[in-house]
Design a protein around this ligand. Sequence first.
Ligand code: UP5
Ligand code: MG
Length: 207
Amino acid sequence: MYQQFVKEMSSGQGDFKFNVVFVLGGPGAGKGTQCEKITQLQGPGFVHLSAGELLRAERQKPGSEYGDIIETHIQNGSIVPVEITCALLKRAMETSGKQNFLIDGFPRNENNLFGWEKEMKHVAFVKFVLFFNCSEEVCVNRCLNRGQTSGRSDDNLESLKKRIQTYYNATMPIIEHYKKQGLVREINAERDVEEVFADVKKLFLEV
Ligand code: UP5
Ligand code: MG
């Protein structure tokens, strides 16, 4: 029994139904790109949930009562109220039938953090926070490049300025909050995709 206890604690599961790695970093830092690569790793078996993608999908749903509010926030680079985002995340986690999740682009501000803790604290164990550190200049250039083909309504200079501002003002304090808890694993995300992934991989093979 003791051995089982030690095993559960070291794998971080305990009584928790889900294990979570939050993935944070500026717009275009490479969160989505790296998450996709992590899901292909043999072993840990993570499901990638991008909060932004879930919101964009909800916005597209005919008759969604949240469509307009989501679109307004996305274009303004501001943050959708946590009740909406957390409900989408929770539903995706529950319907997946899986246990390990990369939650990409969330929590982005205090409202997100408090809302998550209220709703998920007892069911989801936060293993660590993967932080892709990338300069503003590189982030903006990557998004503008992608904007030529992405069709995303926020990949333009005007929205990007606001996204960057929100990132520094609202999201960095969340990263600092987790740093104080010793949970942040920081990666230099300015290098090419494979170089970044070489460092990311090391973290996940230890999970
Ligand atoms: N690329 C990636 N890695 C590269 C590398 N190492 N070298 C060179 N190029 C690289 O990558 C961006 C682009 O860069 C791609 O073209 C890629 O090929 C290239 P990507 O992996 O997509 O970066 P990512 O960090 O995922 O960028 P993204 O634009 O998705 O980040 P955001 O955080 O801005 O967007 P997100 O979709 O998470 O959120 C959008 C909006 O939704 C938010 O602004 C907000 O309004 C809303 N939102 C909420 O309100 N609440 C939430 O919880 C989440 C989102
Ligand atoms: Mg993304």
